[in-house]
Design a binder for this molecule. Structure first.
Ligand code: B12
Length: 238
C-alpha cells in the first residue's frame, strides 16, 4: 500500500494531534538519529536502511486540553501519572491513522527502550539544544515538552531536515549561571527528587532564556511540570 510522502504522513495526524494538545510534530530520518546515539537509544528500523520517525511535542497549548481530558475521565484522574497516561492514550489513538507498521517510544519511559528526545528534536529541525540542556524552539523557546517518537515502517526519502536555528551561540547565556545554581542546590536532594526538591531554581533556568517569552507556561503548568503532585493537579480542576 502506498504511504504517500513523509509530509503526507505527518499531515495525517497533525490535526487530531493538535486538537489533543500535541501541536508540534516533525518528521526526521531515523538513520541519522541512530548514527548519533549510543546503542541503548537506537530506534527500531524494521530492517530498513532508514525509516521515517515523527517526533511529537507540545507548546503551552497542551495544558487546557489536558485539564479538559482530566475533568472528563475518572480513569485519568486516578492514574498514577495522569500526564503520561494522557500522552500515551492520545498517541495510541493517533497511530490508528497509519496503514503501515509502527513503533512508539516515550520520553517518559525507558521501556521498550529509551529515546534521546533532544537528539530527535535536533534531527527533526524542531528545536536546538542549549548549553543548559534545554530544547529551544524557534517560536516557543524552551517552553515545549517533547513527548514521543513514532517510527513508521516506510522509507525516509528526502535528505536531512534543515537544523533548527541556533539562538544560543550569539546569546549572553543567562541560563548558565541559573543552571549552576540549580545543580548546586539539587546536589543533596534525594534520587528521584532532584528537580522537584529545588523546582523554583530549575524553573529559573528556563525563565532565564530570552527566547519564546510569550509562550511561557502558566504558573500552574510550570509548577506541575517541575513538581508533579497529584493533589495539586486535581485541585486545579475546581
Ligand atoms: C534524564 C533527564 C533529566 C535529568 C538529566 C540528568 C542527566 N545527567 O542527564 C534531570 C533530572 C536533571 C532533568 C532535569 C530536567 N528536565 Co529533563 N530529561 C531527562 C530525560 C528523561 C532523558 C535525557 C537523556 O538521558 N537523554 C539521553 C542522552 C543520550 O541524550 P543526549 O542528547 O546525549 O543528552 C542530553 C541529556 O542527557 C541532557 N543532560 C546531560 N547532562 C545533563 C545535566 C543536567 C543538569 C541536565 C538538566 C541535562 C543534562 O542534555 C543532553 C543534551 O541534550 C529527557 C527525556 C528523554 N527521553 O530524552 C528529559 C528532558 C530532556 N527534560 C526536560 C525537562 C523540561 C527537564 C526539566 C525542566 C524538568 C521538568 N520536569 O520539566 C529539568 C531541568 C532541565 C534544565 N535544563 O533546566 C525536557 C526538555 C524539554 C525542553 N524544552 O528542553 C525533556 C525532553 C523531557 C520532556 N518530556 O520534554 N532531566
Amino acid at each position: 500500500m502506498s504511504t504517500g510522502t513523509t509530509a503526507g504522513l505527518v499531515d495525517r495526524i497533525a490535526g487530531p494531534a493538535a486538537k489533543a494538545g500535541l501541536d508540534l510534530l516533525a518528521p526526521f530520518p531515523v538513520a541519522s538519529y541512530n548514527r548519533s546515539v549510543q546503542e541503548a537509544y537506537v530506534l527500531p528500523t524494521f530492517a530498513r536502511e532508514g525509516p521515517v520517525g515523527i517526533i511529537l511535542a507540545n507548546s503551552r497549548a497542551f495544558w487546557p486540553r489536558f485539564l479538559e481530558a482530566l475533568k472528563a475521565s475518572e480513569a485519568l484522574r486516578e492514574s498514577k501519572h495522569p500526564l503520561n497516561a494522557y500522552i500515551a492514550d492520545t498517541v495510541v489513538q493517533l497511530v490508528d491513522a497509519f496503514s503501515v507498521d509502527f513503533e512508539i517510544r516515550w520520553a517518559h519511559a525507558s521501556e521498550p527502550s529509551p529515546v534521546a528526545m533532544q537528539r530527535a528534536a535536533m534531527m527533526a529541525g524542531l528545536a536546538h539544544t542549549s548549553p543548559s540542556y534545554l530544547s529551544i524552539h524557534p517560536k516557543h523557546g524552551p517552553w515545549i515538552g517533547l513527548r514521543a517518537v513514532i517510527v513508521l515502517d516506510t522509507a525516509w526519502e528526502s535528505g536531512d531536515p534543515e537544523p533548527a536555528p541556533d539562538p544560543c551561540t550569539p546569546c549572553a547565556k543567562p541560563c548558565l549561571p541559573a543552571l549552576d545554581k540549580a545543580v548546586e542546590a539539587s546536589r543533596n536532594n534525594p534520587k528521584g527528587k532532584k528537580v522537584a526538591g529545588s523546582w523554583r531554581l530549575w524553573l529559573a533556568v528556563r525563565d532565564a532564556c530570552p527566547m519564546g517569552r510569550s509562550s511561557r507556561y502558566s504558573d500552574e503548568q510550570c509548577e506541575y511540570h517541575y513538581r508533579p503532585d497529584h493533589e495539586f493537579l486535581l485541585g486545579l480542576l475546581g
